[in-house]
Ligand binder design. Structure first.
Ligand SMILES: Nc1ncnc2c1ncn2[C@@H]1O[C@H](COP(=O)(O)OP(=O)(O)OP(=O)(O)O)[C@@H](O)[C@H]1O
Length: 676
């Protein structure tokens, strides 16, 4: 084989390629350097990027530089993505690309024809686009060789290919966009419905900001998989494969050189993709944490304003933003390295093609037309590899973001919604607690309810009293089946509560909580909320009158059509609307947990009057369980159950308990002293 020394042009080409390649590296170094400089300036902390301050101080400039360079090169300490301060669900089953795609397919399978049509358009586009360079070169060289019929034929084919690829490309984009939209919609619906059917204890451990983040940003990110990543990956894989086959047919040695470079590129790309996946997961967690802080601050804005903690809240939020910026910086530095690798390898292909191709032309092995085609197709191949890499890393990011979304979607519904319980013909309202004990799942070592035994007879009014934290609300939560007793049983009309149909039971229980919250809709709809009977406006007003709410509602500019939310009404007004909601349901069992705590004495008297009056009607005798701290409000109850540390310590009427001179008598005396 003849050895040709490097010509001047070859040297220039090589130097150019090396120079261009280093731009990526410099860009990356510049960012990393700036970032570290900023951290040295801003953070006067003990440790910077894994260098303890004292240690770095004692090092010489050269050692510092060497250590710094070692850290910022791939694999160095600086690249480590620490997830100490967030739970990234390490114990849960990781989501692989195949599993994520399978899950997505399940969601979109009903519209499979759309995906099929999109992929058909994609294949046609890819095939027509990949044929264009061949006919382009052939047209030019047929014109050069003055073969006019061949030239005309090539140009005609070229025009047809351009039209086909243009139309199919548009159809492909549109169909993938549609598929994307359907996927996000279904994903959000599925996630939302899964979350709605979880046990209440699930919501004790998850934060609102975190869950809304999953529904919002994470679902959006995941949806990119089909609309963007998969679409582009497939297109480029098809085009790259076509280009590779063409290159190998054209010249085996040149084709092998390009293939080797593409393999190197692909390996780097996989490493880069893995890194991006991990970074995306962290970004997702930090975003959720930042959302949580913002959501908490906005919902407690009055407390923040009164205590003047705006700056403290800003710092808390900025803390998470700083962590997000940290990860984003590493991501863009990794992108810099990736670009550097791509540029270097891309221009190496050009140099090799010109060098080896030139030698082959000189040796008469290939023609100039073949070399031109080779260069065009090798560019195509390398760009396809780059696109695949870029979109694969984006795919990894989306899969990273999908992990928590799919884990949440995989949660089964609460047993309450699966078990088909019994529906009784009617409910008398007899409630019996038999050895009921309970601890919250989040605090398994603290028994909140301990071996409770008592019976509430149909139509009886029973008051629960006791010191704060004695377990009154928890007992009511067990009756409402928000939680299940950890041992013992609760019976309603002689049936174990867990054997009754939960929907049927809840339709027959009215509940007014400690701090009722209203939905952002008009007052009338708030009162009707969850009412399974057919009710008209007159019924709504009747219930509002019973709850002493009618007068204040009528005085509002839009009356019952006034749109309210939590902040527009006083605590007492909200309680009255919640009481009206409970009255309208006409429940067999009514549970009032501090339901009149924010009412003035007159309203409370009126409301109590209504509850008593309704109870006296022969057909609507109802059992009432009432919790109240203001003991004067429960003196008329048929029975008072006194609780202490999760146990029932006394039981009887107001008079009996005063005679007993126990905890109830002590509490009553204390409240009387406080009023005096
Ligand atoms: N979701 C929860 N997770 C863990 N512990 C809880 C939860 N809710 C309440 N607790 C704990 O259970 C105990 C009993 O609380 P509960 O609300 O039943 O008391 P209470 O007698 O109704 O108090 P109060 O009169 O102040 O409303 C308390 O120690 C409380 O901290």
């Amino acid at each position: 084989m003849v050895f040709y020394p490097w010509s001047l042009q070859t040297k220039i080409l090589f130097l150019c390629s090396v120079n261009i390649s280093t731009i990526g590296l410099w860009h990356c170094f510049f960012q990393v350097f700036n970032f570290n400089l900023e951290r040295f300036r801003c953070l006067n902390s003990a440790s910077i990027n894994g260098f303890p301050k004292a240690e770095t101080d004692s090092l010489g400039l050269r050692e510092k530089l060497v250590k710094w360079i070692r850290n910022v090169f791939p694999g160095g300490n600086w690249w480590r993505l620490s997830s100490e301060d967030v739970d990234v669900g390490a114990t849960a089953k990781p989501v692989t690309v195949v599993r994520a795609l399978h899950k997505m397919w399940e969601l979109i399978a009903d519209d499979g024809f759309l995906i099929f049509a999109a992929f058909t358009a994609l294949v046609v586009t890819a095939l027509s686009e990949i044929s264009i360079p061949h006919y382009l070169t052939a047209s030019i060289f047929s014109a050069q060789s003055s073969s006019i019929p061949v030239f005309h034929r090539n140009v005609r084919i070229l025009v047809v290919l351009c039209i086909i690829s243009g139309i199919c490309s548009g159809v492909r984009g549109c169909l993938f966009g549609l598929a994307n939209m359907i996927l996000v919609k279904r994903m959000r619906e599925k996630l939302y419905s899964t979350l709605l059917l979880q046990d209440i204890s699930f919501f004790d451990s998850e934060t609102v900001g975190d869950l809304t983040s999953r529904l919002g940003a994470d679902c959006q990110q995941v949806s990119r998989v089909i609309g963007n990543d998969l679409n582009l990956i497939l297109r480029n894989v098809l085009q790259g494969t076509g280009a590779l086959v063409y290159l190998l047919i054209l010249s085996l040695p040149l084709g092998m050189c390009t293939l080797t470079i593409c393999c190197a590129l692909f390996t780097i790309m996989l490493l880069y993709g893995q890194y991006q996946k991990k970074a995306a997961k962290l970004i997702q967690e930090y975003t959720a944490c930042a959302n949580e802080v913002a959501q908490e601050t906005f919902s407690l804005m009055r407390t923040v304003r009164v205590y003047g903690t705006e700056e403290q809240e800003l710092r808390r939020y900025a803390g998470w933003l700083g962590k997000l910026a940290d990860i984003a910086l590493r991501q863009s530095a990794a992108y810099g390295y990736w670009n550097f690798s791509f540029n270097t390898l891309y221009h190496s292909t050009q140099v090799i093609a010109v060098l080896v191709g030139g030698i082959s032309i000189l040796a008469g092995h290939i023609t100039a037309e073949q070399l031109t085609k080779f260069i065009l197709y090798s560019e195509w191949l390398i760009y396809s590899t780059w696109w695949v890499g870029d979109n694969l890393s984006s795919l990894m990011q989306s899969i990273g973001a999908s992990e928590k979304v799919f884990q949440l979607m995989d949660l089964g519904p609460s047993r309450q919604f699966i078990d088909k319980g019994a529906k009784l013909e009617g409910l008398a309202g007899r409630i019996e607690f038999v050895n009921a004990s309970f601890y919250y799942p989040s605090r398994v070592k603290v028994p909140v309810i301990q071996r409770i035994n008592f019976v509430v007879h149909p139509g009886e009014v029973v008051a629960l009293v006791g010191l704060s934290g004695s377990g009154k609300s928890t007992l009511v939560n067990l009756l409402l089946r928000l939680y299940e007793p950890t041992s013992g049983q609760i019976f309603i009309d002689g049936y174990p509560i867990k054997d009754l149909d939960i929907k049927w039971l809840r339709e027959r229980i009215g509940y007014v909580g400690q701090e009722p919250r209203l939905f952002r809709m008009d007052i009338s709809s708030n009162i009707r909320y969850g009412c399974s009977r057919d009710v008209n406006q007159q019924d709504v007003e009747w219930a509002a009158k019973g709850a002493a709410a009618h007068d204040f509602i009528s005085s509002l500019p839009n009356g019952y059509h006034t749109v309210v939310d939590d902040d527009l009404l006083s605590g007492g007004q909200k309680q009255r609307i919640a009481i009206a909601r409970a009255i309208l349901r006409d429940p067999d069992i009514l549970v009032l947990d501090e339901a009149t705590s924010a009412l003035d004495a007159e309203s409370e008297h009126n409301v109590k009057g209504v509850l008593r009056a309704v109870r006296r009607e022969a057909n609507s005798k109802r059992t009432v369980i009432v919790i109240a701290h203001r003991l004067s409000t429960i003196q008329a109850a048929d029975r008072i159950v006194v609780m202490e540390s999760g146990k029932v310590v006394e039981m009887g009427s107001h008079k009996e308990l005063l005679l007993k001179d126990g905890l109830y008598a002590r509490l009553t005396r204390r409240q009387a002293d406080a009023v005096a």
